[in-house]
Design a protein around this ligand. Structure first.
Ligand code: NAD
Length: 358
């Protein structure tokens, strides 16, 4: 089969980690008889330097002509000062998410067996294994509600942020979570604050409607404060965790932290139609850019997610994940991870080791 992939290499370590992910994709193509066709898309700080804006005209159009988008990272101190939105790298990220209609953010938190020692949780908890998928709603809630700041008569200045959620927005993210659970261990935990918030009560009502429809999937409601606690007490109990925008922002960072280095974690952002966008959760790491120090594993595992979720190539995705596990099990690591100095490798060598395991 032939698949078209848009590559947004971006800034800082972005080009270095995407290059390694492409190497791994090419190794998968050779092994499984696929063809991946790449289109380079200029976006971020490098685009400001080249054409004067971070989100050049036609970016979304080019991406829409592909089956999936793989992004490295954008941004860096060089472009951090402009007040002109066209000259800010984050503008490009927000614009592409909006133009591609990406409303679901998926972040797996997986504790790779070789890294149990790097897990800050108790050994017996870590040894049970962690393999959960955070599904965060990306377009609604308090981050996008009306903001206000006004003078009161007796309490000084007051500010407010409106949290709103519609049936449509809740249902589409819920459906996404149930569909994903069917590809995994068939359990959905829906996180809300229904004992206090009206938006959460609507959220819960709609999730219950979906749970009745997806009766092959186990379902539970979890209050957000309890979820934060359970994530450090016994994260192994979770499979798919679905939640609204702000709760998801906070809980997904908590979930990533329990699994070790930021250089290991992939993510996906999806809408109703292709292309979805896959990217490591880390940024452009300007402090180590161009020094062959970046860990390419988050980008490589983002490519594996792309194979699994956009192309439905589960065996190929698993092959990548197993190759990563095998390399880590042998003790190979980049500078962001702990390990023996004689097994410390750079970005390029890490990519080669993973390709060799494939
Ligand atoms: P960062 O993730 O780039 O770096 C944080 C720390 O983690 C740094 O010490 C860095 O060296 C280290 N690190 C990150 N990724 C690593 C990897 N793969 N291997 C080894 N070490 C790694 O976060 P930051 O410093 O807050 O942001 C730097 C720039 O990246 C900013 O301009 C920010 O806006 C941008 N950013 C972009 C994205 C994105 O493109 N989606 C996301 C986050 C931050």
């Amino acid at each position: 089969m032939e698949y078209k992939i848009a590559l947004i290499r971006g800034d800082g370590i972005g080009p270095e980690v995407v290059r390694e992910a492409v190497k791994v994709l090419d190794a998968v193509a050779a092994k499984f008889g696929h063809q991946f066709l790449y289109t380079d898309v200029l976006m971020g700080g490098c685009a400001i330097d080249a054409v004067g804006k971070s989100y050049p005209d036609g970016t979304a159009q080019t991406c829409k002509g592909c089956d999936a988008v793989l992004l490295g990272a954008v941004g860096g101190p060089k472009w951090g000062h402009s007040t002109d939105p066209d000259k800010r790298p984050e503008t490009a990220l927000l614009s592409i998410r909006k133009e591609l209609g990406l409303y679901a953010n998926l972040r797996p938190a997986t504790l790779r067996p070789a890294l149990a020692d790097a897990c800050p949780l108790r050994r017996e908890t870590a040894e049970k294994g962690i393999d959960l998928m955070m599904v965060r709603e990306l377009t609604g809630g308090v981050y996008f509600g009306k903001r206000d700041r006004y003078q009161t008569e007796d309490r000084g200045v007051e500010a407010s942020d409106l949290m709103a959620y519609s049936e449509l927005v809740i249902e589409r993210i819920g459906r996404r979570a149930f569909e994903l659970a069917r590809l995994r261990r068939k359990k959905v935990s829906s996180v809300d604050k229904a004992n206090v918030l009206e938006t959460s009560r609507l959220w819960r009502e709609i999730m219950h409607r979906l749970a009745a429809e997806y009766h092959d999937v186990e379902y539970e409601d979890v209050l957000v404060d309890n979820c934060a606690m359970q994530l450090v007490r016994d994260p192994g109990q979770f499979d798919v965790v679905v939640t609204e925008n702000m709760f998801g922002d906070i809980l997904s960072d908590e979930a990533s932290m329990i699994t070790g280095s930021i250089g290991l974690l992939p993510s996906a952002s999806m809408g109703d139609t292709n292309p979805a966008l896959y990217e490591p959760i880390h940024g452009s790491a300007p402090d180590i850019a161009g020094q062959d120090k970046a860990n390419p594993i988050a980008a490589i595992l983002s490519a594996a997610m792309m194979l699994r979720y956009s192309f439905r190539l589960a065996a190929e995705a698993e092959a990548i994940e197993q190759a990563v596990d095998a390399v880590l099990a042998e003790g190979w690591h980049t500078g962001d991870m702990a390990g023996d100095t004689d097994k410390l490798v750079g970005t390029v060598r890490m990519g080669q080791l993973i390709c060799a395991k494939l």
